[in-house]
Design a protein. Structure first.
Length: 133
């Protein structure tokens, strides 16, 4: 793993959360994007070399809607940038981690993504990210 790619924060209202983070960080998001496979709308802020991703559910059955229903708004996941997502997935499986995806899928911000189940990572949802070339 190369670095923390972003921290994902689940929010109920993306517009209100954008306003709050614009005030907090002193800048506007550099990108907003719908991710249909996850039923979310995302908004990204750059903070130095890192990013913060705000996620709002677009469907009540989405993972973000379920997360907010169970835990409320807040940190949803930590994403790590990887050089080769398939190799990293294979390595983590061999180490005993439970992956939520059998193969990488297209995520936000032009990335291939895969998630590691929180049950195998001390309660933290981990996202692996690799830039799509």
């Amino acid at each position: 793993m190369k670095k923390i790619e972003h921290i994902g924060i689940a929010v109920k209202d993306l517009s209100k959360a954008n306003d709050l983070y614009e005030k907090l960080l002193g800048k506007k998001p550099y990108k907003q994007e719908a991710v249909k496979s996850e039923n979310v709308m995302t908004s990204f802020f750059k903070v130095g070399f890192n990013k913060v991703e705000l996620l709002e559910a677009t469907d009540p059955s989405s993972p973000i809607a379920k997360f907010i229903e169970k835990r409320g708004e807040g940190v949803h996941h930590i994403a790590f940038d990887v050089k080769d997502i398939k190799k990293e997935m294979e390595r983590l499986r061999k180490e005993g981690f439970i992956l939520l995806n059998d193969k990488p899928k297209k995520g936000a911000d032009n990335k291939w993504v895969c998630f590691v189940h929180p049950k195998s990572a001390n309660g933290v949802l981990i996202e692996l990210c690799q830039a799509i070339d």
